[in-house]
Design a binder for this molecule. Structure first.
Ligand code: PYC
Length: 402
């Protein structure tokens, strides 16, 4: 087992074939999941290309939160399938991805926020997703470290409790998919930069790479922050703006926090990993950028907001912070499926929701490629929706942007 993994880690890929049936651009959780699912459907000649090491982008630059308590019926059904696939993933991939389903609490600090959470709870319940509004007595039992007094600037009034939510080891997810896809014959090519995409008479015919040209019948754009720059290579303009998103990790502490905590009012979310570290994230940076630099203002505001929720963590040391980049769409829902360019498919626009959708996106994108039919679950997320006035507004389910 170690052999192939070590080779991948070192970035030593076999030589590029002159031609593939499917080329997937982006060796993160989505690209690798799609390749793995394609191999299960019997599609054989598949390559995954990434400009850097596998999982170097958004797949491991996130806070590893998994949940399906979304706001729209389309979003809830879609992410619910993802949670179910994550629940089976350790068995499916033969690798422990350490999915801890300790629950997810979205905190409400105002009457208006409670009303929003009630709508989400009802939509969730109608679609069979475990989610309900709870108040102080129950919140105290689930997260005793939360400050439920009237001391904070924005006292906590209620929460949306989503028991199946939790966290997972994101690197394990990436490596699990990579390992199994490779075993099933997928060619993984890290350190292979896509520099252009060939289009002849409105159809893709191949990609240009830093390691030479490759012919391809189908090209899938499964990149995150760079989604619109890849789409531009075929002359396609996507309704996407890229923003940085930052997070930090503290020193390890004894386990004291079971659920994931999210506060949209404070733009902060906190969870404790199996190693005991606190992972703390914030809203997207308020400017469009491809920069992955960490900033002091992020550290200051996130720390102070986390302290409003959990005063006992005062004095805990921050070990490191990092940034990723997010491809934000106007409705905070992804863009999946076909495009006006023949053979050019997209699995993009994930904003801050991408990691939690990897298994279902991989499964359904692979189904689309293998059968030529758009699966019902992803049909609502078509690019076309921006031209037919049928947006799927998921901004209300985000803690990261307003
Ligand atoms: O949607 O759960 C979420 C999330 C957390 C961090 C970024 N997005």
């Amino acid at each position: 087992m170690i052999g192939p993994l070590r080779r991948l880690r070192m970035g030593v890929a076999k030589s590029l074939k002159p031609s593939y049936d499917v080329v997937i651009i982006g060796g993160g959780s989505h690209g690798l999941a799609t390749a793995y699912e394609l191999s299960k459907l019997g599609v054989k000649n598949v390559a995954v290309l990434d400009r850097s090491y596998l999982g170097s982008g958004a797949s491991t630059r996130n806070t590893a939160i998994i949940r399906s308590n979304y706001r729209t019926a389309q979003g809830v059904a879609f992410y619910d399938e993802s949670v179910k696939l994550y629940e089976r993933m350790s068995v499916e991939l033969g690798l422990n991805v350490l999915f801890s389903q300790h629950g997810h609490l979205t905190l409400a600090h105002t009457e208006l926020a409670i009303a929003g959470l009630r709508v989400r709870a009802e939509t969730n319940q109608l679609l069979g997703v475990d989610s309900r509004v709870i108040f102080h007595d129950e919140i105290r039992r689930i997260a005793p470290a939360l400050d439920l007094s009237s001391r904070p600037r924005f006292p906590i009034q209620a929460a949306l409790f989503h028991p199946p939510g939790g966290i997972i080891r994101h690197d394990a997810v990436v490596w699990g998919y990579a390992r199994r896809a490779q075993e099933r014959g997928v060619d993984l090519h890290p350190y292979t930069d896509v520099t252009g995409i060939d289009v002849v008479e409105g159809r893709v015919t191949g990609v240009q790479t830093s390691r030479g040209p490759v012919r391809a019948g189908i090209v899938v754009n499964a990149t995150a922050g760079w989604a619109s720059t890849i789409a531009q290579m075929v002359g396609l303009r996507l309704p996407i703006v890229t923003h940085p998103l930052q997070a930090l990790v503290t020193e390890p502490l004894k386990p004291f926090l079971d659920p994931v905590l999210v506060s949209a009012t404070l733009h902060v979310y906190v969870n404790q990993t199996d190693r005991g570290e606190l992972v703390i994230g914030a809203e997207i940076d308020p400017y469009a950028s491809y920069s992955m630099r960490s900033t002091l203002p992020f550290l200051e505001t996130s720390a102070s907001h986390a302290l409003e929720l959990l005063p006992a963590i005062a004095g805990v040391k921050v070990l490191r912070q990092w940034a990723g980049i997010c491809d934000m769409t106007p409705d905070y829902s992804p863009i999946m499926g076909i495009t006006p360019v023949g053979g050019f498919l997209v699995d993009v626009g994930w904003g801050t929701y991408g990691f939690k959708a990897a298994p279902v996106s991989g499964k359904r994108m692979a189904e689309l490629i293998a059968t030529g039919r758009v699966p019902d679950l992803i049909a609502p997320f078509a690019l076309e929706r921006f031209y037919t006035d049928s947006l799927i507004g998921e901004k209300a389910a985000a803690a990261v942007s307003h």
